[in-house]
Design a protein around this ligand. Structure first.
Ligand code: OSB
Ligand code: MG
Length: 374
């Protein structure tokens, strides 16, 4: 297959409620929709997940669009692709820029799956030789709450919706203390705390207090690029550490494993450059006893569907950050609604990612000029 057509449409999603993390507060979630085709008829769709600001990762929507147009699309142009895995190989000449790469790479997977008249979950299962599931348990990520009563009301609302695994953002030791009082009120719920690099090794004593409460893991307690400090902390606390911001590649997972910086990996396919790299990471984690689970990036409908296909693989049994469609946005970009039943979401079964863009959005996207032709 040769990609001959590429179209981009920046699109702003408005959050129902502001989402606060240690990186700041998000009100709007800009994405860029990508459409690729080899015949101007069948289209594969991808979603660029970089944020507006380079606070969570170094990329932004603007830098990633520039990298896509100036460096990545020219690498695809004129190339015969035998399989979707060829894309990440072609892209290795460009350093970093994983989210820009993932936006194109996932669109190619969708296109391959549609040409083969297969669902993406099935295609991923065949390419990885891992079985896939029809429905999966999922978890919800709740923004940081400044006090115990706010935590209780947010957690209660999530539990009422059926979520059985909750991740709470924390930004300070005060919030840890508040959560320690809240935790026993929800004995059946599995909890993760995500610090988004709020702490340093100086907070080790306060973090050690988490051993007294039941916690699945603590995510990214320390600096985003620091493997050795996480290893030092993991030596001192029993709570499993999960790395998020550190992990851009299989090499990063290997480093974390060798140094024992973590016991779990939050796998975001966009942050590791796409699905082929994600599959390699899953294989490595499975072979080395690291827990790996599917993270989220406040995705719109296309990104959410792609995450669901990946998370359908049975080697990701731990519930991912893939909440139902009603979690973040009043108006999403796809026709379908993913809704929670007994804490589970159903994997779409139609060809490709198995969802359709809303008509007006698809029209606007396909009306954009073809970037591969002047
Ligand atoms: O740290 O996992 C994170 C959202 C944006 C940036 C970073 C993170 C998150 C989430 C939300 O936790 C996960 C989701 O529900 O999409
Ligand atoms: Mg995180």
């Amino acid at each position: 297959m040769k990609i001959t057509h590429a179209k981009l449409l920046p699109y702003d999603l408005k959050l129902k409620k502001p989402f606060r993390t240690a990186h700041g507060t998000t009100h709007f979630r800009p994405i860029t929709l990508i459409a690729l085709s080899s015949d101007d008829e069948q289209w594969g769709y991808g979603e660029l997940e970089a944020f507006a600001q380079p606070t969570y990762t170094p990329e932004t929507q603007e830098t990633a669009r520039l990298v896509i147009c100036r460096y990545l699309l020219p690498l695809l142009e004129g190339q015969e692709l035998n399989c979707p895995e060829d894309v990440s190989k072609l892209f290795t000449v460009v350093q970093g820029n994983q989210m820009a790469k993932a936006a194109l790479e996932t669109a190619v997977w969708d296109l391959f799956a549609k040409h083969a008249q297969k669902n993406l979950s099935r295609l991923l299962s065949e390419h990885s030789q891992l079985s896939c599931r029809q429905s999966i348990l999922v978890g919800i990520s709740i923004g940081a709450q400044s006090n115990a009563s706010k935590m209780i009301s947010e957690i209660t609302a999530a539990v009422e919706k059926g979520y059985q695994r909750i991740k709470l953002k924390i930004t300070s030791t005060t919030e840890i203390e508040a959560f320690s009082r809240v935790r026993p009120l929800f004995p059946k719920i599995q909890f993760i705390l995500d610090a988004n690099s709020s702490f340093t090794l100086k907070n080790t004593a306060q973090l050690k207090k988490l051993e007294k409460i039941k916690l699945a893991m603590i995510e990214q307690p320390l600096d985003a690029t620091d493997f050795t400090a996480h290893a030092e902390l993991q030596k001192q606390i029993h709570v499993p550490i999960c790395l998020d911001e550190n992990i851009f590649s299989l090499d990063d997972v290997r480093t974390a494993y060798q140094l024992r910086s973590a016991q779990a990996i939050n796998l975001k396919l966009s942050r590791v450059g796409g699905l082929a790299n994600a599959l390699q990471i899953i294989r490595f984690c499975n072979n080395h006893g690291l827990l790996v689970w599917c993270g989220g990036m406040l995705e719109g409908g296309i990104g959410r569907a792609t995450n669901l296909a990946l998370a359908s693989l049975e080697s990701l049994p731990f519930p991912g950050d893939i909440s139902a469609s009603d979690r973040y946005y009043q108006k999403d970009i796809i026709e379908e609604q993913f809704s929670l039943k007994n804490g589970k979401l159903t994997i779409p079964t139609d060809n490709g990612i198995g969802v359709t863009l809303k008509k007006n959005i698809q029209k606007r996207l396909l009306k954009q000029p073809n970037i591969l032709k002047d």
